[in-house]
Design a binder for this molecule. Structure first.
Ligand SMILES: Cc1ncc(COP(=O)(O)O)c(C=O)c1O
Length: 399
């Protein structure tokens, strides 16, 4: 069998396609993906074209070009471009959904304890404003999809109006059994909002067939689009409900029929160069073969997992299986006497950076610190060896 990680050939040499800062070992593509050079170049070209004649760009040219870029994204995601809107990131998309979904006093929104912290804040505020309740299901451990499905269904009541679900969780890096979950909620006629920034490119799925009412994502993660690029998908039956939290002109470009997207797509004068570079990002990731990208990233993530589990004497929450894990893994740190850290100043996260210029986040979940490792095409075994050596040096001081 081919060793997917032996690919040190030119096509997989990170220096060819990414300009990651000299001396830095970047293991955090899951939070902030570095933009590859061809995508940076595409963005710059659009930016220069716009700067050369902004009147032409905004009034005549770019509306059409953005539509073409969106059509390429829709084809990649396997959905209709009519149901898709470019938006800055998953956070903005989720805020639009929360501003659009009508909640009444006594309604319940079903949440779970693996959801992203900022998403929790968005729905806490929406529920408080409406007198609704955010119900949190605790999900663990994971051996079988029923370990996720059953506790969620158990938390459903006649007042449940909406479910918020990650496609791939952030702190625990777990792929949720999204198709099975969607089938259950469809049967109960409860709409679902999927928070999916990690799933784009990492997971093989058809957005149009998933049955989500709303899907929110950022594209700067695994798809390698520029920072500040995401999308909001809205199923046709929900489109008339969409409300823009921020108003601008709200009208279609001259000659184009009105759609649900009009209130959101023009939000004052914004440079759309990052959206226009999305087709290049798609071509870039596809040029390596999506299947190869997924399997290689998974293989490296499994090696990272084995190394970390042995070193920490703990276990990652989900089974080491492609149904549960993608190109990212999170392993709990063992209990420690060290005082609990503040956000972004975890002693291990800081120690990895200061000792060896390794970028890897320590996430806090279920009162436990988790070291999360992301494996994109520019990562290899050498990165894991450096991580292991550095972790050994930091033992007793940072974990
Ligand atoms: C699961 C999940 N949801 C939402 C977000 C927010 O993404 P962004 O910061 O690109 O808006 C993240 C970011 O890491 C995430 O992991």
């Amino acid at each position: 069998m081919t060793d997917l990680l032996q690919l040190n050939d030119a096509t997989h040499n990170k220096r060819n396609f990414w300009r990651i800062a000299e001396g830095v070992t970047y293991l955090n593509h899951g939070s902030f993906g570095p933009t590859p050079l061809p995508v940076q170049e595409a963005r710059q070209q659009w930016s220069q074209r716009l700067a050369a004649n902004p009147m032409n760009g905004f009034v005549r040219e770019l509306d059409h070009e953005v539509e073409l870029a969106k059509a390429a994204l829709a084809s990649f995601l396997k959905c209709s471009p009519n149901d898709l809107l470019f938006i800055e990131n998953a956070t903005t998309a989720m805020n639009v959904v929360a501003a659009s979904f009508e909640l009444r006093p006594g309604d319940e929104v079903l949440f779970n304890d693996h959801e992203y912290g900022a998403v929790r804040r968005i729905w806490e505020r929406a529920c408080t404003a409406a007198g609704a309740k955010l119900v949190t299901a605790n999900l663990r451990p994971f051996h079988d999809p029923s370990d996720i499905i059953e506790p969620l269904l158990y938390a459903v009541t006649p007042r449940t109006r909406l479910v918020i679900l990650s496609h791939v969780t952030s702190a625990t890096a777990t792929v949720f059994p999204i198709r099975e979950l969607m089938a259950e909620f469809k049967q109960r006629e409860i709409p679902v909002v999927i928070d999916g920034p990690h799933a784009i490119a990492m997971q093989d799925f058809s957005l149009g067939e998933l049955g989500a009412a709303f899907y929110c994502a950022s594209l700067h993660k695994w798809l390698c689009a520029p920072l500040g690029t995401g999308f909001l998908y809205v199923a046709p039956e929900w489109q008339s409900k969409v409300r823009a939290p921020m108003l601008s002109w709200g009208r279609p470009a001259a000659g184009r029929a009105a759609t649900w997207q009009d209130e959101l797509r023009w939000q004052g004068t914004r440079d759309p160069d990052h959206y226009l570079a999305v087709p290049t990002a798609i071509q870039f990731v596809e040029s390596f073969g999506l299947d190869h990208f997924r399997k290689r990233g998974f293989a490296l993530a499994c090696e990272a997992r084995t190394m970390l589990e042995e070193l920490f004497g703990t276990k990652a929450i989900a089974p080491a299986d492609m149904a549960w894990c993608g190109t990212m893994v999170a392993v709990p740190l063992p209990p420690s006497e060290l005082p609990l850290p503040k956000a972004d100043s975890d002693p291990l996260q800081v120690g990895l950076w200061e000792t060896a210029r390794i970028e890897a986040p320590v996430m806090f979940w279920n009162n436990t610190r988790h070291l999360r490792i992301s494996c994109h095409l520019y990562n290899d075994r050498q990165d894991l060896r450096l991580l292991e050596e550095t972790l050994k040096k930091l033992h007793g001081r940072c974990w």
